[in-house]
Design a protein around this ligand. Structure first.
Ligand SMILES: Nc1ncnc2c1ncn2[C@@H]1O[C@H](COP(=O)(O)OP(=O)(O)O)[C@@H](O)[C@H]1O
Ligand SMILES: [Mg+2]
Length: 181
């Protein structure tokens, strides 16, 4: 069972490959609603409806003019195996929204994994992309917006180790505050 943070990394890497300059990542971790949600919204090149079909179900789609990977199908399978849903909404030239939900209590629901490490990896690798990360639990919500971090840091590159450390601590503190006792 692959941790959800690794699926997230795959999906965000797709957004980066699609030339996105802005990526909104949303995580919901709610025991009360028995729900885990992961969403990734980008302003990259987008996909046609037909192409979305093909990348989502590569085995049931007959026309295989182009080789496609398994990042999306595996994420979809993980969601559907854990009582959740999977959806891609995309528009060519505008961007893409990938959404996956999971039943929190489902025995097949993978753990969230190292979300903080994933975020840090992404920011380190793509410091010029605006990443807006929203984490929501039953106790509240926090937002990390790398554009705001960039403003506060006034000229210090966001992928400097000190800045990345600071971001990591910020995420850790907020996650700790929002996680259930
Ligand atoms: N956010 C996105 N924007 C545009 N195209 C995308 C996006 N995500 C996926 N794709 C397209 O779908 C294909 C399949 O993605 P995926 O299943 O993750 O496999 P892989 O990344 O190995 O190709 C990608 O190669 C890309 O062409
Ligand atoms: Mg991929």
């Amino acid at each position: 069972m692959k941790e959800l943070s690794l699926h997230l990394l795959d999906i965000v890497q797709n957004s980066i490959s699609a030339g996105a300059s802005r990526i909104e990542i949303g995580i919901t971790d709610s025991q009360q609603r028995d729900l885990v949600e992961i969403s990734v919204k980008d302003n990259g090149c987008g996909m046609s409806e037909e192409f979305v079909q093909r990348v989502t179900d590569p085995f049931t789609t007959t026309r295989t003019t182009r080789k496609v990977g398994l990042g999306i199908p595996l994420f979809k399978l993980a969601a559907e195996t854990a009582g959740g849903e999977f959806k891609i909404t995309s528009e060519v030239g505008k961007g893409t929204l990938v959404y996956a939900s999971f039943q929190h209590s489902n025995i097949d629901r993978p753990p969230l994994g190292d979300l903080r490490g994933t975020l840090i990896t992404l920011i380190q690798g793509s410091p010029d992309i605006n990443i807006i990360y929203t984490y929501t639990t039953d106790r509240g919500q926090f937002v990390l917006d790398t554009e705001e971090v960039r403003e506060v840091m006034a000229g210090v590159p966001i992928n400097e180790p000190e800045v990345l450390n600071w971001i990591g601590e910020f995420i850790q503190e907020n996650e700790a505050e929002l996680s259930a006792e």
